[in-house]
Design a protein around this ligand. Sequence first.
Ligand SMILES: [Zn+2]
Length: 301
Amino acid sequence: MSFLHALTVDVEDWPQSTLDHALPVTERAVVNTRRMLELFARCNVRGTFFVLGRLARKFPHIVREIDDAGHEVASHGYSHKPVFKIGPQTFADELEHSVKLLEDITGRPVHGYRAPDFSITSESLWALDILGEYGLTYDSSVMPVPMRRYGIDGFPRHIHRLDNGLIEVPLSTISFAFRRWPVAGGGYLRLYPYRVTAHAIRRLQSEGLPAVVYLHPYELDPAEIREVSFPVAARTRVTQGLGRRHIESRLSRLFTEFRFGPLSEVIEPNLETAPAAAPLSATSGFRPRPASPVGVESVLR
Ligand SMILES: [Zn+2]
């Protein structure tokens, strides 16, 4: 059987999650999520959908559609405010609210969590303790390379169990030119040429690491940026809009070249074969190094 990589989707509405958290979640997110479900069905792939609580509350039927199609439903928090900004109490409240909402809609337990904008950083490692205490099985929120707004320098790249029992699934990076580079998700998937992403996934595979591909439904919607009713900064237009037109064909190609599945199926075999390394605790044993200067990719996500 060929190597299984992880396919993940953060289900949210682009203006509300990226431009202003106070904006309403719009129907456009539902249309785009459906487009993604259709693409996955055509390509016969399943994945993990981290659904934002605010979207699930307003449009519960799309959560049911995701679940009915055989995908895993997991939590993307409630408001999309960064974890390091909301603090432990609000984080715990949002987590509970969002998980309960999803479980009530699907009738199944939620096992996983992904923070908005990978906002579990060295300043918010307490979130990993709260996720463990709450009884979740895994988290997939840490980018193991320092970026401008997120990432932790020196964090392990492989799937590993923390001292509190929580399993951490870091986002994919490869080493090149003396540093780690994020690959295989979001802006990186849209902006790097296809062959770069495919090469990166083969590299990860040769290291025994599954790629963790992450997507957003809006990335299949090239018209959105010119159709939104408020001004969007030029830089945001480029980083958030470029490559949306190509993502569907790029994903179809990726799905024929590599095998993908939900995180719940990727974690178990990889936890057993993870490279030997001292298990790290969310609060002890791991000492993040000071952040180093970052490159141009820091505004992508
Ligand atoms: Zn998000």
